[in-house]
Design a protein around this ligand. Structure first.
Ligand SMILES: *[C@@H]1O[C@H](CO)[C@@H](O)[C@H](O)[C@H]1NC(C)=O
Ligand SMILES: *[C@@H]1O[C@H](CO)[C@@H](O)[C@H](O)[C@H]1NC(C)=O
Ligand SMILES: *[C@@H]1O[C@H](CO)[C@@H](O)[C@H](O)[C@H]1NC(C)=O
Ligand SMILES: *[C@@H]1O[C@H](CO)[C@@H](O)[C@H](O)[C@H]1NC(C)=O
Ligand SMILES: *[C@@H]1O[C@H](CO)[C@@H](O)[C@H](O)[C@H]1NC(C)=O
Ligand SMILES: *[C@@H]1O[C@H](CO)[C@@H](O)[C@H](O)[C@H]1NC(C)=O
Ligand SMILES: *[C@@H]1O[C@H](CO)[C@@H](O)[C@H](O)[C@H]1NC(C)=O
Ligand SMILES: *[C@@H]1O[C@H](CO)[C@@H](O)[C@H](O)[C@H]1NC(C)=O
Ligand SMILES: *[C@@H]1O[C@H](CO)[C@@H](O)[C@H](O)[C@H]1NC(C)=O
Ligand SMILES: *[C@@H]1O[C@H](CO)[C@@H](O)[C@H](O)[C@H]1NC(C)=O
Ligand SMILES: *[C@@H]1O[C@H](CO)[C@@H](O)[C@H](O)[C@H]1NC(C)=O
Length: 465
């Protein structure tokens, strides 16, 4: 638009009117020419003049624009020729002619890229050689990214292209960033990782580290304006499935009446499918559920019958390949529940529990309990959930981490219901009886002193059953 500045007030007014001749008359165009004409001083007054009179005029696609061709003698017949030399005589349409005595307007309702080039106004059936005037229309186009895909996917181990279809006139310069880091594509070597091509970024030997966000940035600086735009493309690398963890337990245990989760977690792009089989057959019946996530599937089995033990195979597949793994499900011993379950210490917002379970004498060391699960909810939560323990919070403890059994982040002056179960490799024991414990009232001065010195005397225990 800048280039129009000298003409701006006039152009704007002219654009308001479709009756170009009338507008020109109002403005007194004769005066304007003498001020702005770039044509060399002629000996006699020139037969034709253009308004605006600059030899080249720049517009963006979709702008509207009018230019006038004026003759000195009012009765001379003139015409416009387009950049291909074809005469334009249509009085309607996107680009058309409006005629008045002594004035021939060329009207662009919406400029298109095809309109660029030299337009000429000339005298019809003219004897004089010099009786024509041209201007060059330069058409700029905003930067856009056309049908560039925001998520693209490429094969690992091959060369690949991140497509970015930049449009714009004049053509902008393109640069690339990977996860915010500038990519220097001007490094000159045929073995270099990247090559910048007109329709995208060429990447050699794609690996998983090439995944991520690619920013395709277009920028241009011209004498009349500068602008930039960018698009961010998420690049995924395709690969065959591989395990998240090298080794999951190849043997798991359960007992009849208990339940067990068998999990299968693997990466793959496109995201893989997961299928479970038991002893070579599909899993049927009601005693199982499968929880599917993007990169894993957990098989939850409720063991009702010895026939449910055996080999469970998880198969992970996507179009690039598949992997599988077998988990052997063996019968184990149901753990004994805790025989001692009480508060050891009160803190301002937590309890330390005392939990004990006798050693099981008739089972292997492997089947001895290794920890506890504690479930708890406040009295209010218990009421709201109508006594349904599936809404309770849970905390798992293991002996081998040397943990004390501390339930933290509790509210002060609040009554809690708690129950506990032992854990071993085969699962959970039965739940203990529910016990009710109340936290101490934590007034502000108690927080400022260190509380557990005071609180044990305030706390109380109720055994509930
Ligand atoms: C031009 O206008 C048309 C219709 O009004 C629109 O579809 C198109 O996107 C516009 N082009 C640009 C470059 O603004
Ligand atoms: C328009 O004319 C000018 C001057 O004659 C010339 O330099 C230019 O290349 C022409 N432009 C086109 C697109 O033909
Ligand atoms: C890109 O690499 C070339 C060649 O190694 C170097 O001359 C140029 O300065 C680098 N450009 C940037 C912006 O780092
Ligand atoms: C890149 O290397 C090739 C061959 O070694 C050479 O012909 C070309 O001029 C180089 N280009 C630049 C920009 O250095
Ligand atoms: C591709 O990259 C991998 C891993 O960096 C490498 O082992 C392999 O040789 C490369 N292949 C080619 C053709 O460069
Ligand atoms: C898996 O095992 C291989 C070979 O034992 C090792 O190189 C690799 O780092 C392991 N990967 C993971 C994720 O533990
Ligand atoms: C199995 O997984 C489900 C869903 O994540 C969970 O609710 C349940 O407690 C798990 N069961 C065991 C025995 O860990
Ligand atoms: C276990 O399941 C199988 C097949 O569903 C059935 O034939 C068998 O009677 C069941 N055994 C017991 C002890 O329920
Ligand atoms: C172990 O002994 C207890 C008590 O005698 C019994 O209830 C339980 O079934 C036995 N467990 C196994 C696995 O034999
Ligand atoms: C407890 O809540 C869970 C989850 O909403 C529900 O599936 C279950 O049937 C409820 N149990 C009872 C005994 O209402
Ligand atoms: C503790 O809670 C009870 C019942 O909600 C309330 O009456 C009492 O004022 C509270 N005490 C403190 C110190 O907040």
């Amino acid at each position: 638009m800048d280039i129009l500045m000298p003409f701006c007030p006039i152009t704007l007014l002219l654009l308001l009117s479709h009756n170009a001749a009338a507008t020109a008359a109002i403005l007194g165009l004769g005066q304007l020419e003498s001020g702005n004409s770039f044509t060399p001083l002629p000996l006699a007054s020139p037969p034709l003049t253009l308004t605006p009179s600059t030899p080249s005029i720049t517009h963006f696609v979709n702008d509207s624009f009018i230019i006038f061709c004026k003759t000195v003698q009012k009765d001379i017949d003139t015409k416009w020729r387009d950049p291909n030399g074809q005469p334009r005589e249509n009085t309607k349409g996107r680009v058309h002619i409006e005629k008045k005595t002594g004035l021939l307007a060329l009207v662009f309702e919406h400029i298109s890229l095809d309109d660029k080039g030299n337009w000429t106004c000339e005298v019809n059936a003219n004897a004089e050689r010099d009786a024509k005037k041209s201007f060059e229309l330069l058409v700029n186009q905003k930067i856009s990214f056309g049908k560039t895909e925001m998520v693209q996917s490429v094969r690992e181990g091959f060369d690949a292209m991140v497509n970015c279809f930049v449009q714009g006139m004049p053509a902008p310069e393109v640069s690339w960033l990977h996860n915010g880091e500038y990519i220097n594509t001007s490094v000159n070597s045929s073995s270099s990782k990247y090559n910048q091509l007109s329709n995208g970024l060429y990447i050699r030997n794609v690996t998983q580290t090439d995944a991520g966000e690619y920013t395709c940035r277009a920028m241009r600086i011209t004498p009349t304006f500068s602008d930039s735009d960018q698009i961010t493309i998420l690049l995924r690398t395709q690969h065959k499935p591989h395990w998240f963890y090298n080794e999951t337990l190849p043997v798991q245990y359960a007992y009849v009446g208990g339940s067990v989760n068998l999990s299968c977690d693997a990466m793959g792009e496109p995201p893989p499918s997961f299928t479970w089989a038991h002893n070579g057959k599909g899993i049927v019946g009601f005693n199982h559920r499968i929880f599917v996530a993007d990169y894993g599937a957990t098989l939850q089995l409720n063991i009702r019958n010895n026939t449910q033990f055996g080999d469970y195979k998880c198969k992970v597949a996507n179009p690039l390949g598949s992997i599988d793994r077998v988990i052997k499900l063996r019968p184990g011993a149901k753990p004994l529940g805790p025989t001692r379950f009480q508060i050891k210490r009160y803190h301002a917002d937590s309890f330390e529990l005392e939990l004990r379970t006798p050693r099981m004498i008739n089972v292997s060391d492997e089947m001895q309990i290794f920890g506890y699960r504690v479930a708890y909810m406040s009295e209010n939560e218990f009421k709201y959930s109508a006594g349904n323990w599936s809404y309770a919070k849970q905390r798992d403890f293991s002996f081998h981490r040397g943990q004390r059994f501390i339930i933290s982040h509790l509210k002060g002056n609040t009554t809690y219901l708690m129950r506990a179960a032992s854990r071993n490799l085969a699962g959970l024991s039965d739940w203990s009886n529910v016990k009710i414990f109340a936290t101490a009232a934590a007034s502000s001065w108690l927080y400022t002193c260190w509380c557990h010195l005071v609180l044990p005397f305030i706390g109380f225990i109720l055994i509930w059953h």
